[in-house]
Design a protein around this ligand. Structure first.
Ligand code: NA7
Length: 533
C-alpha cells in the first residue's frame, strides 16, 4: 500500500495483535472509521514475533481465545491443551480473515510519533515509512512484552544470534551446533529442551533460576472440546470474575493452617495436573512469606528429585525470590534436560558475562566457543513499547517525561494530559497478571462503550483527571505492597532494565475486582474523567 498523508480517521490503532484486531472490529461496529498500523508484515503481535522452537502459551487454549463471537468459538478447534505459537498465529489469521480486518490495516509500518493537537482535538500520527494521518482517538494496542531487549555486551560475535522475541521466519537449524542460551525466563525454559535435542552442545547462561511447573501438554480430547463448546459462555463468565482470568480453581485455604499431609496432597495433585493452577493450591502463597516457602520448597524438592547432579539441582533452585513473584513458568521437560550429557549450566550471577568474542563469549571465569547465541533475555515490559513511540499530549507534554518516575495512569486506560489516548492493557491494569484475552476483551469493550457514550452525550474529548490518576496510581502501589511481588527483581518491577524506575506496574487486585471497578466508574458517568464537547 502507498504512503498515506493527510487522511483523517475517527481512530488510529497501533498494533495488529489480539488487542488491535478486536478494537478494530468494535470500532467498525460503532460506525467509526479507523486505520491500524502494524510493524510486522502480518497480524498476531506476540505470536507473530515469537517464532522460536518450543514457543507455546501457558494458558490453556480453550481459555486463551476470544469470546465475543459465538460463531468463531464454534468454528475454531484447538488441538492441544496449551496452544503452540504456529497454532495461535493461525487463529489470529483466521480471525483477521473472518472479520475482514486487513483492509483497515497497514503492515510494515512502525508508529514513531503521535502528537495531540488541542486546537483541532486530533492526534497526528506518523510512521517510519512516512505516513502522516490524524485520528480523533489514538488507541495503543502495542502489547506488554514486545520491546525485546538484548544485553549491552562489549565485543562482536560473528556467529548466528537471535532474540526469542524477534525470531526469523525461516527455520533455524541447530543440528550439530554449539549453542549458548542466555536467560532462563519463560522463553529460555521453553526453548532450551528443544534445542538440546538437536544441538551438539547447549550452554545455558543463568542469572536467576526460575520456578517452573510442568505443563503436561497433550492433545485435547474430543469430548472435552465438545464440552467446552457447549459450556463456553458459562466458563468465560466465571473466568471474567476470577483473579487471573483463568478457569483453574484457586483455593482460599491457608497453607499454614493445613497439615503436612494436606499440603503434600494438595501440591502433589496440582503438580500432577500441571499448569498455572499449581499456584492456586493455597490462598496465602502470594501474601505470606512462610506460606510461600511451603510451596517454593515443594518445587525445590521436585528439582532435587529430577536433576541427577546435586550441584546443578542446587543452582537451578530459586532462593532469591518468593514463588509467583516473578512470572511463573510452565515447561515440558525443563529440569530433566540438565541430565543430558550435551547440556551444561553456567551461573552468570557468580561469573558474569564479560564480553562477546568473534566465536563465542567470555565470562569472568572461562571462555565458551559457540556457533549460535540465543538471547532469551526478555523485554522492557509494559512501558517499553509505549515509550518507544514519541508521544506528546496537550500542551506539548511528553509521555516519556511524564512517566520518568514510573507509569501514571487512571485504570491503566488513560493518562492525564493525553486526551483521547487509550492504552489497551496499559500499566496500572491487570494485563500481564492475567489471561491476556480476558483483559484485552474487557479493555476493548470498556473503550468501545466509552466511545459510544461520548457520541451519545455529544462529547468529543475525554481525559483522565490528575486527581483520579494520582489516586489510582497510589492504589496500584498499595495493592502490590500487600503482596510479596515487590520482593522480586522482576520485569513487573522494571528491575530487568538498567535505570528503569523500580515500580510495580500491573494492578494486582484481580481481573474480577478490576472489571467491577471499571464498570462502576462508567456507570457513574465516567467518574474521574472530564468529558468536553
Ligand atoms: P524474562 O522472563 O524477562 O526472562 C529473561 C531472562 O533473561 C531472565 O532469566 C533474565 O535474568 C535473563 N537476562 C536478562 N538480561 C540478562 C543478562 N544481561 N545476562 C544474563 N541473563 C540475563 O523474558 P522471557 O522472554 O523469558 O519471558 C517474557 C514473558 O513472556 C514471560 O514472563 C511470560 O509472560 C511470557 P534475571 O531474571 O533478570 O536475572
Amino acid at each position: 500500500a502507498s504512503i498515506e498523508t493527510g487522511s483523517s480517521f475517527d481512530a488510529v490503532v497501533i498494533g495488529a495483535g489480539f488487542s488491535g484486531m478486536y478494537m478494530l472490529h468494535r470500532l467498525r461496529g460503532l460506525g467509526l472509521t479507523a486505520r491500524l498500523y502494524e510493524a510486522g508484515d502480518g497480524v498476531g503481535g506476540t505470536w507473530y514475533w515469537n517464532r522460536y522452537p518450543g514457543a507455546r502459551c501457558d494458558v490453556e487454549s480453550v481459555e486463551y481465545c476470544y469470546s465475543f463471537s459465538e460463531e468463531l468459538q464454534q468454528a475454531w478447534d484447538w488441538t492441544e491443551r496449551y496452544p503452540s505459537q504456529p497454532e495461535i498465529l493461525r487463529y489470529a489469521e483466521h480471525v483477521a480473515d473472518r472479520f475482514d480486518l486487513r483492509r483497515d490495516m497497514r503492515f510494515c509500518r512502525r508508529v514513531t510519533r503521535a502528537a495531540y493537537d488541542a486546537a483541532g482535538a486530533r492526534w497526528r500520527v506518523e510512521t517510519d515509512r512516512g505516513d502522516r494521518v490524524t485520528g480523533r482517538f489514538l488507541i495503543t494496542a502495542v502489547g506488554c512484552l514486545s520491546d525485546a531487549r538484548v544485553p549491552d555486551l562489549p565485543g562482536t560475535f560473528e556467529g548466528e544470534s537471535y532474540h526469542t522475541g524477534r525470531w526469523p521466519h525461516e527455520e533455524v537449524d541447530f543440528t550439530g551446533k554449539r549453542v549458548a542460551v542466555i536467560g532462563t525466563g519463560s522463553s529460555g525454559i521453553q526453548i532450551i529442551p528443544v534445542i538440546a535435542e538437536r544441538a551438539a552442545q547447549v550452554t545455558v547462561f543463568q542469572r536467576t533460576p526460575n520456578f517452573t511447573i510442568p505443563a503436561w501438554n497433550r492433545p485435547i480430547r474430543p469430548e472435552y472440546a465438545r464440552w467446552v463448546k457447549d459450556n463456553f459462555a458459562e466458563m468465560r463468565r466465571s473466568m471474567r470474575a476470577s483473579l487471573f482470568g483463568i478457569a483453574a480453581p484457586f483455593n482460599t485455604r491457608s497453607a499454614l493452617a493445613a497439615s503436612e499431609r494436606e499440603r503434600a496432597e494438595e501440591l502433589e495433585a496440582r503438580w500432577a495436573h500441571g499448569g498455572p493452577g499449581f499456584l492456586g493450591a493455597f490462598g496465602d502463597t502470594a501474601v505470606d512469606e512462610r506460606a510461600n516457602e511451603v510451596v517454593a520448597e515443594f518445587v525445590r524438592e521436585k528439582i532435587r528429585h529430577t536433576v541427577d547432579d546435586p550441584q546443578v539441582a542446587e543452582l537451578l533452585s530459586p532462593r532469591d525470590h518468593p514463588i509467583g513473584t516473578k512470572r511463573p513458568c510452565f515447561d515440558t521437560g525443563y529440569y530433566a534436560t540438565y541430565n543430558r550429557p550435551n547440556v551444561r549450566l553456567v551461573d552468570v550471577r557468580a561469573t558474569p558475562i564479560k564480553e562477546l568474542l568473534s566465536a563465542g563469549l567470555r565470562t569472568t571465569e572461562a571462555t565458551y566457543e559457540v556457533d549460535v547465541i540465543v538471547y532469551a533475555t526478555g523485554y522492557d515490559a509494559m512501558t517499553g513499547p509505549l515509550l518507544a513511540i514519541d508521544i506528546t499530549g496537550a500542551g506539548g507534554v511528553a509521555l516519556r517525561d511524564k512517566w520518568a518516575g514510573g507509569p501514571r495512569t487512571y485504570l491503566g486506560l488513560m493518562t492525564a494530559d493525553f486526551p483521547n489516548l487509550f492504552t489497551i492493557t496499559g500499566p496500572g491494569s491487570p494485563s500481564v497478571l492475567s489471561n491476556m484475552f480476558v483483559s484485552i476483551e474487557q479493555h476493548v469493550d470498556w473503550i468501545a462503550d466509552c466511545l459510544r457514550h461520548l457520541a451519545d452525550s455529544g462529547a468529543a474529548v475525554i481525559e483522565a483527571d490528575p486527581d483520579a490518576e494520582d489516586g489510582w496510581t497510589r492504589h496500584v502501589g498499595e495493592i502490590a505492597a500487600q503482596t510479596l511481588f515487590p520482593r522480586a527483581d522482576s520485569w513487573y518491577m522494571g528491575a530487568n532494565i538498567p535505570g528503569k524506575p523500580r515500580v510495580f506496574m500491573p494492578y494486582a487486585g484481580g481481573v474480577g475486582t478490576y472489571r467491577a471497578l471499571c464498570d462502576e466508574i462508567a456507570a457513574k458517568g465516567y467518574e474521574g474523567f472530564t468529558l468536553s464537547p
